[in-house]
Each structure stands twice: as C-alpha cells, then as structure tokens.
Design a protein around this ligand. Structure first.
Ligand code: 5MM
Length: 342
C-alpha cells in the first residue's frame, strides 16, 4: 500500500550530502547526559534542548531526517509549533524510535534483547498520523571471547525483522540498527567476524520475514576494535574493514547505510565516514552516511548547558557538526573546514 512512498523516503534519508540526527535518547539516557553537566533532568529541559537542536537555522541542508523519542514527538516549541511541523518545514523528515530498550535476554547470560513488539502495530499507526515517516529499532550486541552467542544474534535479528515488517505495513521506513558495541578489548579482526555474523543473520531474517530491502535503511556500527584493545588501527583500516564487511552482507537493493557513532569522538566519527566515502564513493551499491547521536550533539550540549543565553552558540556548533558530516557523506570533509568556525 505504501510501497512508492516508502522507497522514496528511504532514498531521501540517505541522499548525498545529508544524514540523520539521532535525537532519540530515552528518559534515562538523556537524563544521564544532563546530570553529567548539571542540567536539571526535567521534561521542560528535555523539551528546551530538543527545541534548540530542531530550530537550528539551515540544518536541513545536511539533515535528511531526525529520530525522536516518544516524549519529543509529542512536544512543541515554546511558541506552540509542534516539533514535527518545524522539521517538515525545514525539510527534515520526522522519525521515531519504537523499541522500548534492550533488556537482559532470558537464557542468554551477558546478552540483551530489544523489546517493544507488543502493541507496535497500533503505535506505528499513531506515529504515522503524527507525521513520522520512518522508525528506528536498536539491537545491542555485546562482544567478548564467548559472546555474542548464536541464540543472542538470532533472537535480536528475529525481533528486528518483525519490527521492520510491521513498519513497512504501516507506512514507516524501518531503520534496522544492529549495534555491535565497542566496549571490550576485542581486535579489529574479532569486530569484523562478529559484524559479519550479525549482519548475515539480520539480512537472512529480513528476507525470511518478507521485508522489502529497497524500503529500509541499515544503521550499522563501524568495524572498529574495542575501546580497550591494545592495538591501535588506522582510519583506513577501519574504512576498509567496514566496507568489506558491508559488501559481504548488505544486498544491493538497500538504498543506504547510516552509521551510528557508538562512542567515537565527534571528530573521529566524521573522519571515519569521510575516509570510507573518499575511497569508495561511486564504487558501492548503496550510499554511506551518518545517523549519529553523541558525535553530532555532544559539543552542542556542552555549550548549551541548559541556558537560554547559550542557544545561539550551541546551534552554531550543531550546524557545523551536521555540515562536516554532510561533507563526509560525500568524501569531501577537510579538517581545515573546522578552523575558526567552532
Ligand atoms: C547507538 O545509539 C544510537 C546512535 O547514537 P550514537 O551515534 O551516539 O552511538 C542512538 O540512536 C541511540 O539508540 C539513542 O541515543 C537512544 O538510546 P537509548 O538507550 O536511550 O534508547
């Protein structure tokens, strides 16, 4: 019923020069980030923060969409304009996170399963009416010598596919996000091996459950060693390993992959994306862009600090991070772009 609309939206989400802002932190995550900076953890402050980001002038040049949390999609600017209207007017497609979080996986010690399938069909219908045109579901995969297990990978892949099929039925483009965490001391090779198994399993389930591959976006983690791995690797090595892994697993029909930043610094996340596109753009069947949370927001949040006086300076920082990542999605980012701007 929605086939043409879904395909057009999926293509627009990964259009060259643009990416997606992940502004979908749940209460807990958003409050943790506020607490660290002494910002009050109230509904009013979360609203003000999202207003600061979403009303940044010109940011639609570099953002195709933004993922919201349930609380945020129901909120408005101080002047009473719904956030979804602000976004649509700016050319930023509204998206919504629909998983309800990663919970301990029964029978899978040390692993999690993303929940939120109960009542999802009805929630999708409500979000569509509110203006959302895509959704996001994140599965979290822990890495150690013995993890992830086949059971952990398969249950998460199954849930991702069930979510994706429901989204397409209800008119939302599913962002399928299997995040392989950077926590741990695993090597680049181990990260590659885990990504390969996870992505192959996810696409097998998507195929089995009839998900249309031209009507979705993949949100993968980059193939990167664990943060405690003693060996450092070059940005080119990360770019090569990530692209090789995606080429092995992601069918050509998928319009694009929009990476999460996963705890990388804002600068490194930009450079990794840029390196992939500088080497491979035009030689791959899909576009590579960003769907960053922390790597887009952190410096802006640290400038804002909950104060009206800092809104304009924080917006300038947010605008420029979006601009740099927009350039990285074309392989055209240069570090000199940052001099004197932020
Ligand atoms: C992996 O997290 C997603 C991308 O953000 P980063 O670029 O910072 O890694 C992000 O969309 C994440 O899913 C949201 O921040 C929501 O997290 P919670 O845990 O609150 O659902």
């Amino acid at each position: 019923m929605y086939a043409q609309e879904l395909e057009a939206t999926a293509k627009a989400m990964v259009a060259g020069g643009k990416g997606i802002a992940a502004l979908d932190e749940s209460y807990k995550t958003c409050n943790q980030r506020f607490e660290k900076l002494g910002i009050p953890t109230t509904e009013a402050m979360r609203r003000a923060y999202r207003e600061m980001l979403l009303t940044t002038a010109g940011v639609g040049e570099f953002l195709s969409g933004a993922i919201l949390f349930d609380e945020t999609i129901r909120q408005s600017t101080r002047d009473g304009l719904p956030f979804t209207k602000v976004m649509i007017d700016a050319g930023v497609i509204p998206g919504i996170k629909v998983d309800t979080g990663a919970k301990p996986l029964a029978g899978g010690p040390g692993e999690t399963i993303a929940e939120g399938l109960d009542g999802l069909r009805e929630r999708i219908a409500e979000y569509y009416k509110m203006g959302a045109r895509f959704a996001k579901w994140r599965a979290v995969i822990n890495v150690s010598d013995r993890l992830p297990s086949r059971y952990g990978i398969e249950t998460n892949a199954h849930a991702l596919a069930r979510y994706a099929a429901l989204c397409q039925e209800g008119g939302l483009v599913p962002i399928v996000e299997p995040e392989v965490l950077m926590d741990g001391n695993h090597t680049l090779d181990r990260s590659y091996e885990v990504h390969l198994e996870v992505l192959k399993t996810v696409f097998n389930e998507l195929y089995r459950q009839g998900v249309k591959l031209n009507q979705m976006v993949l949100k993968p983690s980059m193939v990167i060693p664990g943060v405690d791995c003693p060996q450092s690797v070059s940005v080119e090595a990360v770019a090569d390993a990530t692209v090789a892994c995606l080429l092995n697993c992601v069918p050509a029909l998928v319009p694009g992959c929009a990476f999460l930043s996963g705890g990388q610094s804002d600068a490194l996340a930009t450079v990794h994306l840029n390196t992939m596109n500088a080497i491979y753009r035009g030689k791959l069947p899909w576009h590579l862009t960003f769907s960053y949370g922390r790597a887009l927001q952190k410096p802006a949040l640290e400038k804002w600090l909950g104060s009206d006086e800092n809104v304009s300076a924080a917006q300038k920082i947010f605008y420029h991070r979006a601009k740099y990542n927009g350039a990285a999605s074309l392989g055209e980012y240069r570090p000199e772009m940052e001099i004197g701007l932020v």
